[in-house]
Design a protein around this ligand. Sequence first.
Ligand SMILES: [Zn+2]
Length: 272
Amino acid sequence: MKEERMDCPSGHGKMVLRKAKKPMTFRGVKIIVPIEQYRCTVCGVEAGTVNQTARIQKTIADAYRRAVNLLTGEEIVEKRRRLSLTQEALAKRMNVGIASIKRWEGGTIQSKSMDHALRIALEGQSIGDSCTGNRAFSIPRIKLVLKEFESILGKHILKKNDKMLFAAKYLWYADMVAHRETGESMTGATYAALPYGPQLNNYKDLIEDIMKAGESKAEALSPEEKRIITRIALKFPEERMAYDAAHKENIWKRQPNGAIIPYTDSAELAGL
Ligand SMILES: [Zn+2]
């Protein structure tokens, strides 16, 4: 490494390199950022070199990623090299552009769902199940999620003969937003792009079982899942609003009739 040297701007001669841990708040999270600064022992003035200034953004991003349990740039590079993958090969494996890999390794903070995809790709597998959103399909959970919506909306959205026209839209938003924000869907359900919007795949075969299912058999909703459901319910207090919003989503529009809407598109959700 090249020796860096800095002189005090007030003419006190060579400054000393000092390592410090600087506490700061970034995106609402308290982090400790290791920094290196030159300090004059005579007047106490401090300065960073150009290299240090350039590194600081990455240092902050990595301290943050460590604090919230996302892979750091270094960890991504290290895991990728262990698998002898080029940036391009990793990008292909994840179905993202090479620019994304470069940014994440360089210090741009990845979303939770992309972090999940990174971990899957770096563990030597192909991308996680884009049909079920990385969760085992559970009919009792569908019932549980719909019940939670009903309790907030104060009305029934799961009705006998409406082909889940509205219930499916709330459910789809819940699964997609959860996938985007937690890396996992809520119910493991697969959705198809139908002319009247995103619909539970094979809903005709499922509807009876959903009506009959006992939600008490489902894994309880996490606080984060409850928050997501509340947000959706408050955004769409009327069933028609969820229906209309879903019809504006590009990730539904661009699929041919009957095709599966992949969870990997959840990052492009626009309505929430
Ligand atoms: Zn000085």
